[in-house]
Design a protein around this ligand. Sequence first.
Ligand SMILES: [Zn+2]
Length: 511
Amino acid sequence: MTVFHNARIWSGKTFYDWLETNENGIIVNAGNGAPPENKQKVDLKGAFVIPGLHDSHIHVYSLGRTAFRLNLQGIKSLDELKVKLKQYADAHPEHQWIVGFGWDQDQFDDPIYPSKHDLDSVVPDRPVVLFRACHHIAVLNSLALSTIGIDLDTPNPPGGLIDRQDGVPTGILREDALRIITPYIEKMPDDIRELIFKKGLEICSAFGLTSVHTNDPKAWKIYKKIAENNDLPIRVFLTIPFRELDQEDSPNANEEIGLLKAKRVKLFADGSLGASTAALNDPYSDRSAKDAEGKGILIHSSEELIEMVKKIHMSGFIVETHAIGDRAAEQVLSAYNKLGLERQVLTHCQVLSPKAIELMKKSKTIANIQPAFILTDSYWANARVGDRIRWSYAWKTLLDQEIVCAGGSDSPIETANPLVGIHCAVFRKTNAFPNGWNNDERLSILEAISIYTFGGAFAVGEENKLGLLEPGYYADLTVLDTDIISNPDKLLNANVISTFIAGKEKYRLNS
Ligand SMILES: [Zn+2]
């Protein structure tokens, strides 16, 4: 029996001064005033404690990999991109391919896409691929294009686009055209992959996360090894890609090893709003979509989608489908409804419609939302969707309809810091909208914390064990130096002091 005391503890329902756990790290008692005597004690030194934070949609492997790639986040011009590329290429002669990420032409002084010529002017002699912030678009130099076999005669691959000018590829590839690059840049021995996974987990743990719902391909075998060695610093709920269902080295539904558990299978219904490939019911208001109808791209027919959803469900997994546009959301939710499936997951939910919200309610679908997306998307979302903004990033509307929302980052798309996500949900302040963007959709601080705790637990079906600090729940704690409930304006300055999982300390600041 251990008593955690000398803290202000938000349980998700009420405040406590102390928690008592059993030998399995499960809370057996909680209260106020003097803690029980004659127990082993953990002194939290006046800290502020909330239930362990979940990230309900993240890519741990890609996050870990950012530490080993050229980071172009926040650059403000094409010239700056070139300078950074040159510096990186010079500093890393060991990389056969130069891989970067994070540029966003909407944040350039002159918002035009980079081209192969821009990259050739800096690095002509090694293949270069630079992913846009959304990871649905990349720019390649000429050597990269020829290395992967793209020339004048290459047709657009299914689900993808090769941008051309006068018939000549510009260097920009979109959506499934990016898959052509994968075999060239992703080949990595398992021991290096293990290091990358561990780096990603370490970053998450230091941000105060105790659970991640992560989408990583070919990951089970490596997570399993880390879990068997008792080296996971957080709970890992793995979402596997659809193509890995029933494959060798893939987990069974609910397979569990220590802090690792396989819960969901991922499908994609459309692209991204930033790349104007998210599927909308009506054309993009700024005519930015490149497809024939100007409404974005549905990846599957409704029949195909239903078959895939059915297959996942029959295998015992929860279905997690990426849907950003209202047409994609309606297609997915219709599939869930048609099959009579409840409590599946719709990830991103950026542009919805009254019909989509109705269908979500009916099927008790979980809205997996990414509040920190507004930091980037508020620059252009109004232009992309026009009046549909009423139903976009409309998280308060969802909660008012009693739709359970789970908060995630989609990191490395946005920062994995959950306090930034909570801040975005509460204040909706961005550089583009310093006084708040669509403030009717602000959440209260308690609502925002709840989507990253209870909502996360609910999205993996663990809401009877995780997400609250009440008797019967695991003592998964995020320990902060700041009372973020009384002072939500201090969210961005709050520090994570430590995390505990099932009562065991897993992270400590400066340790
Ligand atoms: Zn994602």
